[in-house]
Design a protein around this ligand. Structure first.
Ligand code: M6R
Length: 646
């Protein structure tokens, strides 16, 4: 998740870009950069050949990237006609100045910023290199600048039926239309070209893009026109907002916006009414970051799945720097993690054992290295950490490597400490998470670990290709199922209201429902400050059932997964002792409904993938419980987002 911004017209293009980047920093801060289009010298003739080069500045120093960029930008030439800017959350290529956007073409007259993932960047890069282009970064974005360069060159070649060269206006948009037709994946792109001064061309597919303008600009006046990944970045400068739909291309010039389809047909972009103040806008119109991040979960899932499946339907994990032969040799998997990441690992144990038929041990990272685990070169240790900076997990994977095991990191942060120490990395692509309670990063971890399980199954020949494909299809449905559950937040609020005075909860689950119960209980503890104990439901009768008395609240994960009948028998046991029962159950499951005082309904999913859906009402339940008590859901007491002490 990166942030892009652009501005054309007005006296303050650079200031607009830098201010907008500050507001977009929540989308990533691995690097920041701007490119400006400067006025032509008075003696220049028209035509791209006379286009003055663009001015570009970039900085890549983590959280201080933008400060560093401001220092460099201090010396920028004045009077920029237009400019684009970017703040990066690395996905392809490590955080570095060379990988920082904007990226340039070979002639340094085209600059491009991008949010999203170009899935077919490798094949495009090979093609570009073969035709003489020189690529300067490891990013998926740079190919776009070079492809635009190629299209511009093609459009300047005299055609047989034309005596004069075509005019410059519209050529950049034409090039962009041709280029996006060749891209697979997701993108919000903005490009400037020195041959078409004052014009920014933008395009999108899946990734967000909004255009902003003062009233007069949209009506054809002469005001500044802006674009950004989100509204807050340009709020206060723009009064009217236009939405660009998938595979549309927008041409921004001072005082005008023209949008066309990929085939060049003009379209009227829908206008968005915005009456937020800035604070609300930074949270995307949500009350808090947690709510915003809960609603970003479908996107986080979709992005994490993107590009992992080859056109033939098989899996490809290009960031895993452990060879397939080495992975085939693996005879045992350990997962080490803390907190929510540990719960994601517990779900993965079921998936890896079932699909890949490999034994899996799962350990709390802070315990792992002190218990003398038996590891060797055939052991795969998977460290799961959204931040990649949790000291307990880092120490655990370090110890594993010292014992000769292969280490794979599952991390949300490119080049995090854990990623750097591992033999391979599988990145989740949830974007930065501000709320202390993990939500979207947890869901993205579940998806990434499912992909790993399927990859191992494919490599070991345990599943047939058509079985892997079917499971991938099921996985592909998860974003929309999660979206559906998020739409039921009001129903969850009603259940939370009925439990607002409860101080003690039991969370029960079986099979993959057990880690879901653990995660639901952790969310309730850390956000609503209630006692919430999670148990495998079958274990209750071995002791904890002594605590069940009339009025005890039991939250059960009772979707139709493998042990549903046994789970219902356990629910009957607590009901008969007077417990109040709240169940997570599948839509239309009347039998489950009849066993509960309240139901959190969810759509049915593939049983091993169900945790991705079933956990969402429990996240919402904890969120609403906390808010009903007036607690700060973004910064729960006593907690830090990243725990870098033992
Ligand atoms: O960054 P990590 O995934 O390594 O963090 C692990 C835990 O500290 C984290 O999951 C913590 O439990 C969260 N507060 C859960 O919401």
């Amino acid at each position: 998740m990166c942030g892009i911004i652009g501005a054309t017209g007005g006296e303050d293009v650079l200031d607009v870009l830098l201010d907008g980047l500050a507001r977009l920093e929540y989308r990533g801060y691995d690097s920041a950069g701007v490119a400006l289009e400067l006025p032509r010298p008075a003696n220049a003739t028209s035509g791209p050949a006379d286009g003055v080069p663009l001015w570009r500045a970039r900085a890549a120093s983590g959280t201080t990237s933008l400060d560093e960029l401001r220092k460099v930008a201090h010396v920028a030439p004045k009077g920029a006609l237009a400019g684009i800017g970017h703040t990066r959350w690395a996905t392809h290529g490590r955080p570095s100045e060379a990988n920082a956007h904007p990226h340039l073409d070979c002639t340094a007259t085209v600059a491009v910023v991008h949010n999203g993932i170009v899935e077919n960047c490798r094949e495009l890069a090979e093609e570009l290199i073969a035709s003489g282009h020189e690529l300067a970064s490891e990013t998926d974005t740079e190919v776009v600048a070079h492809l635009i360069e190629g299209e511009l060159r093609r459009s300047s070649e005299p055609a047989l039926d034309r005596t004069s060269q075509v005019g410059e206006e519209g050529r950049l948009a034409g090039a962009m239309r041709a280029v996006i037709g060749r891209l697979r994946g997701s993108f919000a792109l903005a490009a400037i070209w020195a041959g078409e001064p004052g014009t920014i061309v933008a395009a999108r597919r899946v990734s967000p893009l909004v255009i902003g303008a003062a009233d007069s600009a949209v009506a054809g006046g002469s005001s500044q026109v802006l674009l950004a990944s989100d509204i807050p970045a340009i709020l206060g400068r723009a009064r009217r907002f236009l939405l660009v739909e998938d595979d549309q291309v927008a041409e921004l010039r001072p005082g005008s916006v023209a949008v066309t389809t990929v085939d060049g047909m003009p379209v009227d972009p829908p206008e968005l009414r915005v009456d937020w103040d800035l604070d609300a806008a930074l949270k995307g119109g949500f009350e808090d970051f947690m709510s915003k991040e809960l609603h970003e979960q479908p996107r986080a899932l979709a992005d994490t799945l993107l590009g992992r499946v080859l056109p033939a339907g098989t899996l490809a994990l290009d960031e895993v720097r452990i060879s397939d032969d080495e992975l085939r040799e693996v005879d045992k998997v350990f997962v080490v993690a803390c907190g929510s990441s540990y719960h994601a690992g517990l779900v993965a144990k079921y998936a890896i054992e079932h699909w890949a038929r490999l034994p899996v041990e799962i350990d709390i990272a802070s315990e792992f290295r002190y218990r003398d685990p038996v590891l060797d070169h055939r052991t795969l240790v998977v460290g799961v950490s959204q931040s990649g900076e949790t000291l307990d997990t880092i120490q655990a994977v370090r110890a594993a490597r010292q014992c000769g095991a292969k280490v794979l990191a599952v991390s949300n942060v490119v080049d995090s400490s854990m990623a750097r120490q591992a033999d391979g990395v599988l990145y989740t692509r949830a974007g930065p998470e501000v709320g202390v309670a993990s939500t979207k990063t947890y869901l993205a971890q579940l998806a990434a670990l499912d992909i790993l399980a399927l990859y191992l199954a494919q490599l070991r020949g345990i599943l047939y290709p058509h079985e892997v494909r079917r499971l991938l299809d099921d996985l592909g449905e998860m974003p929309s199922l999660v979206e559906e559950v998020l739409g039921r937040s009001g129903d969850v609020l009603a259940v939370a209201r009925s439990q607002r005075n409860t101080r003690d909860f039991f969370f029960l689950g079986r099979h993959v429902g057990y880690p879901v119960a653990l995660e639901g209980a952790l969310k309730a503890k850390e956000l609503a400050y209630v006692r919430a104990e999670a148990y495998p439901a079958g274990e209750l009768k071995h002791g904890p059932i002594a605590l069940i008395e009339p009025g005890t609240v039991v939250v059960g994960v009772a979707t139709r997964t493998r042990l549903w009948e046994k789970m219902m028998a356990n629910i009957a046991e607590v009901r008969s002792r007077g417990a109040t029962v709240v169940l997570v159950a599948n839509d239309g499951d009347e039998e489950a409904g009849a066993m509960a005082d309240s139901v959190l309904w969810v759509p049915a999913a593939n049983p091993l993938l169900a945790p991705l859906v079933d956990v969402v009402p429990l996240q919402l339940f904890a969120y609403h419980l906390a808010r009903l008590s007036g607690y700060d859901v973004d910064r729960p007491r006593n907690l830090a987002k990243t725990v870098t002490v033992e």
